[in-house]
Design a protein around this ligand. Structure first.
Ligand SMILES: C[S@@+](CC[C@H](N)C(=O)[O-])C[C@H]1O[C@@H](n2cnc3c(N)ncnc32)[C@H](O)[C@@H]1O
Ligand SMILES: CC(C)=CCC/C(C)=C/CC/C(C)=C/C(=O)O
Length: 278
């Protein structure tokens, strides 16, 4: 998932959900009077980082987008890195450098935390990025059929070796019956206050198979060589068909079908309160 241009062209679901999340929860953010420092974790091509500005006060201090992928950061800096906005490499599951610790008043992250294995480490890093009185707004995936498709393909002889580490790329909340409880528990352990976690079922409709294939390719985490990628995507669609996610009016066959699927997103708002004020 390093191709920023492909992601930019095929991220309509992610963009829609980030916007909805901001519309619903941005009013909870406790902006300071002036100079807010904001970080967006997992910025990819930077287009959602750019959207964030609409919800920020005009007199913000700085906006930093970060991503584990150098290619994404390079692209984001080229297309969106102007004025008070910049992008840098950061692994949210790694060690924070001293300049980042307590360096921000608000942490945002959209469609990224489900890629992280060590959830507690990521939440601890978010906590440590924040200064006292800081807050965060996060959105990530819970149960989603894409992960079932990966699993099914990983059990086939043809794709088994390419998808050997499939569990590495399945949301930690995909099989969890009560993700709200789990996330809240982790965040309490880390030290967050005023924790609000909501897991919602949403649906999305891809108008045709080609759009779905491009969206799947844009976030494909497996190292599948270019010359067999189309074959992989065809088999992916076959599994989607077997799961009966293609529009029934079209008898579940043919190219011009729409694909409707349900999935779960988890949104979180929480604060880091200074101990003496609690
Ligand atoms: C699906 S994209 C989300 C992009 C953007 N936030 C959006 O809403 O469209 C997820 C991004 O998270 C990044 N990512 C994955 N693991 C990460 C990590 N450990 N630290 C930082 N970024 C990570 C990926 O490189 C990718 O660009
Ligand atoms: C029908 C079906 C299985 C669709 C999957 C659609 C899709 C591309 C969902 C996005 C899932 C995801 C892991 C997004 C991301 O991390 O940005």
């Amino acid at each position: 998932m390093n191709n920023a241009d492909l992601y930019r062209k095929s991220n309509s679901l992610q963009k829609r959900d980030a916007l909805r999340c901001l519309e619903e929860h941005a009013n909870k953010i406790k902006w300071k009077k002036i100079g807010d420092r904001v970080i967006d974790l997992g910025c990819a091509d930077g287009s959602v980082t750019d959207i964030l500005k609409v919800y920020m006060p005009k007199n913000y201090g700085r906006l930093v987008g970060c991503d584990i992928s150098e290619e994404m950061v390079k692209y984001a800096n080229k297309h969106h890195g102007f004025g008070r906005t910049s992008f840098r490499v950061l692994d949210i599951e790694g060690d924070l450098t001293a300049d980042l610790k307590q360096g921000f008043d608000h942490v945002f992250s959209f469609y990224t935390l489900h890629w992280i294995r060590d959830q507690e480490r990521a939440f601890r890093n978010i906590f440590n990025l924040l200064g006292d009185e800081g807050d965060c707004l996060l959105l990530f995936l819970g149960h989603t059929p894409i992960f079932d498709v990966y699993r099914t393909l990983s059990h086939t002889e043809k794709w088994h070796s390419w998808l050997e580490h499939v569990d590495r790329f399945i949301s930690p909340y995909h099989d969890n019956e009560d993700p709200e409880k789990e996330v809240k528990k982790i965040m309490e352990r880390v030290g967050f206050s005023n924790i609000e976690v909501q897991c919602k079922t949403l649906f999305y409709v891809y108008d045709d198979l080609d759009v779905l294939k491009k969206s799947v390719a844009a976030i494909n985490p497996f190292n599948i060589p270019k010359d067999i990628l189309e074959d992989f995507l065809e088999d992916y669609i076959d599994v989607v068909r077997e799961m009966r996610l293609l529009d029934r009016c079209n008898n579940n066959v043919g190219e011009s079908v729409s694909i409707k699927f349900n999935y779960k997103v988890i949104s979180v708002y929480a604060r880091k309160l200074c101990l003496s004020l609690m």
